[in-house]
Design a protein around this ligand. Structure first.
Ligand SMILES: NC(=O)c1ccc[n+]([C@@H]2O[C@H](COP(=O)([O-])OP(=O)(O)OC[C@H]3O[C@@H](n4cnc5c(N)ncnc54)[C@H](O)[C@@H]3O)[C@@H](O)[C@H]2O)c1
Length: 345
């Protein structure tokens, strides 16, 4: 099976490529390499890459693929807030055009990396796939609108699937420090403090990147009728929803000699929701999630410690998406629209 992974040089993508190749899939990537200077410990697999901006993809670029796993995006709220029209151009319009191009090229499966953030400020019950959308950012809104537009393309030969990932954590060769678990462990390892940016009460659904990758892999091989035009919340089980304070306490228990601390001005957080993961556990053939938060924190602690991560490394731009992008702009390597001014990877 030939699979195109967009965003394959990002946090989730680099590890997805390795897992898919080990499972015997032929994998090609598509990415403009915004984070090519951001390796953690070792570089990504060296695979065939289409250095095409998502906004420029044509059906001919997609000929011959059986499936597209679409991860490429401005991947968080701060990046999305950089310029909300760019979030709509890249995350929404380019994603919908990519799906249309995939369908026109005869690609059978289109796996969209959506997000639980489309539930936004969700109240206090468990949100399942039928729950109302309530996005609070341009990023979350873009995920809703892609799902709605791509759903209209579903037919007898085109199977879109919407994988609504919880907030990810875990070790990757393109590590991100701007997501909560990775951040709390990094701060603890490098400073001895588990630094809470909010009052710690908000709920958050969490998932290891390898369980996200397992969900995508299951969608490559599942019978079409099990996944056709379906949304799945991606996470292990309902106990993997945590209050941020519980996460911080677990980090404190795993990382030796550290204590809880509150960042100046720490307050409430509008992102406060719990997600129900029953559907993916019971309805997605071949999917088995394996990671608990505790094991993920232990993995991060081991990886950061053995890499000798310092406070200076940790606070620099390398592992943060927004400062990295700003740095590329300041050096003239990408323009204000995040288009490369030099050849990509
Ligand atoms: N990490 C999470 O917690 C999480 C949670 C839910 C959903 N997601 C979704 O999963 C996907 C991957 O997330 P990630 O954490 O790996 O993000 P990431 O920022 O690490 O990677 C995104 C990749 O997309 C590429 N890209 C961005 N704009 C592009 C363009 N115009 N053309 C070509 N390539 C472009 C970047 O170079 C980068 O390699 C995203 O769609 C994100 O919204 C992530």
């Amino acid at each position: 099976m030939n699979v195109l992974v967009t965003g394959h040089l990002g946090y989730i993508g680099v590890e997805m490529v390795s897992v898919f190749r080990a499972a015997g899939f032929e994998v090609v990537g598509l990415d403009t390499g915004l984070f090519d200077e951001c390796d953690f410990v070792s570089p990504p697999d060296d695979i065939e890459t289409l250095s095409i901006d998502l906004r420029d993809v044509k059906p001919t670029d997609l000929a011959g693929f059986d499936a597209v796993a679409h991860l490429g995006a401005l991947s968080n709220d701060p990046l999305g807030n950089l310029n909300s029209s760019l979030t709509y151009d890249i995350n929404l319009h380019a994603s919908v055009r990519l799906a249309e191009a995939a369908k026109a090229a005869g690609v059978g499966r289109f796996l969209f990396s959506s997000s639980c953030s489309l539930y936004g400020a969700g109240g206090h019950g468990f949100l399942d796939e039928e729950s109302a959308f309530n996005p609070v950012t341009a990023y979350g809104e873009s995920k809703v609108r892609v799902e709605q537009a791509v759903s209209k393309l579903a037919d007898g030969s085109f199977t879109p699937v919407y994988l609504r990932n919880a907030t990810a954590y875990g070790v990757s060769r393109r590590l991100r420090a701007d997501i909560v678990v990775n951040s709390l462990v990094g701060h603890a390892v490098t400073t001895g403090k588990v630094l809470l940016q909010s009052d710690g009460t908000p709920w958050r659904p969490l998932v290891h990147i390898r369980d996200i990758i397992a969900a995508f892999q299951a969608c490559l091989t599942a019978p079409v009728e099990a996944i056709w035009d379906q949304a799945f919340n991606v996470g292990k089980d309902n106990s993997e929803n945590y209050r941020i304070r519980e996460v911080a306490e677990m980090v404190r228990d795993v990382v030796p000699n550290c204590e809880l601390a509150f960042a100046p001005g720490a307050s409430g957080d509008t992102r406060d929701y719990r997600v129900d993961f029953t559907k993916i556990a019971t309805k997605l053939p071949g999917f088995h999630a394996e990671w608990t938060l505790r094991r993920g924190i232990e993995e991060l602690y081991e990886a950061y410690s053995s890499a000798g991560l310092t406070e200076e490394d940790w606070k620099g731009p390398r592992y943060y998406r927004l400062p990295t992008v700003r740095g590329l702009q300041e050096r003239g390597l990408i323009d204000q629209n995040l288009r490369r001014t030099t050849p990509g990877p």
